[in-house]
Design a protein around this ligand. Structure first.
Ligand SMILES: [Zn+2]
Length: 428
């Protein structure tokens, strides 16, 4: 080293730097839709029943924070705009799917992955053409063009190849239509097809399409199978990992957002539980395949969730643990039976006081929507859960990362920079 010239030394250092950021073979991107900091904290305390409060897998993988504002002056993003940032590395306006605010298409992570010979996949509990998965494979001026977005799973080719090799989630209604049958078109392209949880297990090679519901999958709280997202994630990894050149998989915990829009805490925490189970599946995959990068974030926070409300210095996860149905389903059950108090007790474990009984009884006569609201009011009040909105908020979201190249996601990273660094991780 004594005689080494400064130029040789810098070349040597550059070589070291380049080798330490070698492109990972596989990339797994996981999005908790609507998952803000309070959702992560709430999930931790939901897991905790006695003794010391322990970190969850989400805490263990935490590396940073992300801002989510869109490319206009609203500060509060929707899922289309924030998913576009993650999928393309560019900010855009709300509603846009992988297009800028002037409707010019933006190159997506999946397009780049395909150019590198990688396989691509999505595993979601919403319909597969919903706002968060869509910008990874489609371009549209608005997320509301659901049929046109689904069409692009067949039409939007990269080097003659279809854009997504493994498609798992819901959405039959958008695939089997009067004007087109995308299921048949994809089958003709060589896709294996599953339309139930049972047949999902039979998918044994990519390309593969699994549409397990007409629109979205049932809420995790009411799912016929335990940990639905974790199950989809596991299947997607099994199929995609057969490619020698690697893959990019996008996993979305879609309904954390929907439960939070509804201000339904039991529903939201069940979704967090399923999302964390999916993260465990992904983390285990990285442990077995260390040339894999895992990046997890929220696309925005939903609901302005607060743990502790109305000046109370308490939050009561045990109340939430007792609730076995979403308020939406529970309201149907209570409307169907005269012995609604017994049904309430069975599905919530909450002993009603007189005031609550009369509030529920009145709401029951007023109709389903009023009853669902009254149900959530009681559960939120009993657990001291607060919500400031039925929409999204602009608070920063956590970033978790693990595996090959994960250090690139440490610290404060804007959502478009997360997207840009994912693009870089694929290589030149
Ligand atoms: Zn939302």
């Amino acid at each position: 080293m004594r005689n080494i010239s400064p130029i040789a030394l810098s070349l040597l250092l550059l070589t070291f730097a380049a080798s330490s950021v070698a492109a990972p073979k596989n990339i797994i991107v996981m999005v908790g839709d609507g998952m803000g900091p309070s959702h992560v904290t709430g999930y931790r305390h939901m897991q905790h029943t006695s003794g010391e409060v322990k970190p969850t897998i989400l805490d263990e993988l935490l590396v940073g924070w992300s801002s989510t504002h869109p490319d206009d002056d609203t500060i509060v993003t929707d899922s289309a705009s924030s998913a576009t940032a993650l999928a393309t590395g560019h900010k855009t306006c709300n509603l846009s799917i992988a297009m800028d605010c002037n409707d010019r298409p933006l190159k997506t992570l999946f397009q780049k992955a395909k150019q590198h010979g990688k396989w691509t996949g999505i595993a979601v509990t919403s319909q597969v053409n919903h706002a968060t998965p869509a910008p990874f494979y489609a371009h549209s001026p608005t997320r509301h063009q659901l049929n046109e977005i689904a069409d692009q799973l067949v039409d939007n080719r990269v080097n003659e190849q279809l854009p997504v090799d493994v498609i798992l989630g819901g959405g039959v209604q958008f695939f089997v239509r009067e004007d087109r049958n995308l299921v048949e078109e994809l089958k003709a392209e060589g896709y294996q097809y599953a339309d139930s949880w049972k047949s999902l297990n039979k998918l044994d090679r990519a390309p593969a399409l699994g549409l397990l519901a007409k629109v979205a999958l049932p809420s995790a709280l009411e799912s016929p199978v335990p940990d639905p997202l974790a199950t989809l994630t596991d299947r997607a990894l099994q199929l995609l990992s057969k490619n020698e050149k690697g893959f990019v998989l996008v996993v979305e915990g879609s309904q954390i957002d929907w439960c939070s829009h509804a201000n339904d805490i039991a529903c939201a925490m069940a979704e967090m539980d399923d999302f964390a189970a999916a993260v465990t599946v992904a983390r285990d995959f990285v442990d077995a395949h260390p040339d894999t990068l895992l990046v997890i974030t929220g696309d925005h926070e939903t609901g302005g969730l607060s743990l502790g409300a109305n000046n109370q210095y308490h939050w009561h996860p045990h109340v939430i643990r007792g609730v076995k149905l979403t308020a939406n389903t529970l309201s149907d059950r209570l409307l169907k039976t005269k012995r609604w108090q017994r049904a309430w007790q069975k599905h919530t474990g909450i002993e009603l006081d007189e005031e609550e009984q009369s509030a529920l009884s009145q709401a029951r006569s007023a109709g389903k929507e009023e009853l669902a609201t009254a149900i959530k009011d009681i559960i939120n009040r009993r657990s001291h859960t607060g919500w400031t909105s039925h929409g999204h908020t602009a608070v920063d979201v956590p970033i978790m990362a693990y595996g090959a190249g994960s250090e690139r996601f440490h610290g404060f990273v804007d959502n478009a920079d997360i997207g840009a660094r994912l693009m870089e991780a694929i290589g030149d």
